[in-house]
Design a protein around this ligand. Structure first.
Ligand SMILES: *[C@@H]1O[C@H](CO)[C@@H](O)[C@H](O)[C@H]1NC(C)=O
Length: 325
């Protein structure tokens, strides 16, 4: 092989290695189904079953929800009321924007500057749920998730989140004891993930939303831990859709923007996009290769052009190659 070819291949391998390393958690997430920590269907007593009272309840009986202020929009009122009505022995906390800021300022002052710096209100709504779970414990429920049955069986796990298809976990329904190591890690990680990613949807997803939570979860899972530190996984059928499921969704998603539609489209066509990704990578690789050969290999035969294409003497060529290597 020519020396130039070898250098080209080495540089490409380095770049690929760097990318794989940078995205290893995201790639790992694609293959993580959470089954090792799944809450099995058979271990959840049916609604009203007397088995429910025999189980130890670890999570405090508190339901947390968030909204801008106390005026809950009509489309979410029924869902909110269904959770309150089913749990009259639970404490109910609605975290409005004002209350959330007061709470962060009083209990987590080191986070206040990040909290205030968020560009999108939904980032604050995402962040506050992790803090209140870490502080009080309880169950957080999105306003568009209504309750289909009492949540008592889910109080028996020190921490749980719900699995989403095809990959990752969501932050729309989660439960935890106070000071659970997973949620402590989540609140500690938020500031480092407060970055801007061109599209608002990706920025929100990856700074505070489900993608952020999934990445922290994947990293957390990759370290062996004692049973009580595991985050148990509520599977899709137990989440919604059946008589025994815990939640009941009245979708009024807060996402209507163009980039949300783009992301949903990308989600549906991910096989096509992956193939296209490889094709583009191949074309880019070929282009780089031909540029490389023109720049370095063809130097000797050049016709005295200026700049990139100017004539490169044999000596210069080797110096150049050595510098690149
Ligand atoms: C609550 O927020 C909504 C949306 O910003 C606003 O329209 C409404 O007037 C607010 N209600 C109160 C009581 O401040």
């Amino acid at each position: 092989m020519r020396r130039g070819t070898i250098i080209f291949l080495v540089i490409n391998l380095l770049v690929i290695g760097f990318l794989l390393n940078a995205f290893s958690t995201l790639i790992g997430l694609l293959f993580e189904d959470g089954s090792s920590d799944a809450i099995h269907r058979a271990e959840i007593p049916a609604p009203g079953s007397e088995l429910i009272d025999n189980r130890t309840q670890l999570i405090p009986k508190i339901i947390h929800q968030t909204y801008i202020n106390e005026s809950i929009p009509a489309q979410w009122k029924a869902g909110q009321q269904s959770c309150i009505d089913l749990h009259d022995d639970y404490e109910y906390k609605l975290w409005t924007d004002d209350l959330s800021r007061e709470f962060i300022s009083a209990e987590y002052p080191w986070f206040l500057s990040t909290f205030d710096s968020y560009r999108f209100p939904i980032q604050r709504a995402d962040a506050i749920r992790y803090f209140v779970l870490a502080f009080y414990g309880g169950i957080y429920i999105d306003l568009d998730d209504g309750c289909n049955r009492r949540l008592d069986p889910l109080l028996s796990y020190p921490a749980w989140v719900r699995r989403t298809v095809p990959t990752g976990i969501s932050n729309d329904a989660m439960g935890s004891v106070p000071q659970h190591p997973f949620f402590l890690r989540v609140i500690e990680s938020l500031s480092g993930y407060n970055r801007h990613w061109v599209m608002p949807y990706i920025t929100v997803m990856y700074s505070t939303g489900p993608l952020f939570l999934s990445v922290i979860w994947k990293e957390y899972m990759d370290v062996p831990r004692p049973a009580e530190e595991h985050v148990r996984i509520l599977m899709p059928d137990e989440y919604k859709g059946f008589k025994w499921s815990f939640f009941n969704i009245s979708r009024g998603s807060s996402w209507h923007g163009k980039d949300a539609q783009t992301i949903f489209w990308m989600g549906k066509h991910w096989v096509l996009l992956t193939v296209a990704g490889f094709a583009i990578a191949g074309v880019v690789g070929l282009c780089l290769w031909s540029l490389w050969s023109m720049w370095v290999m063809r130097g000797i035969g050049g016709k005295g052009k200026r700049g990139l294409w100017r004539r490169i003497s044999a000596k210069e060529r080797y110096e150049l190659v050595d510098r690149m290597a």
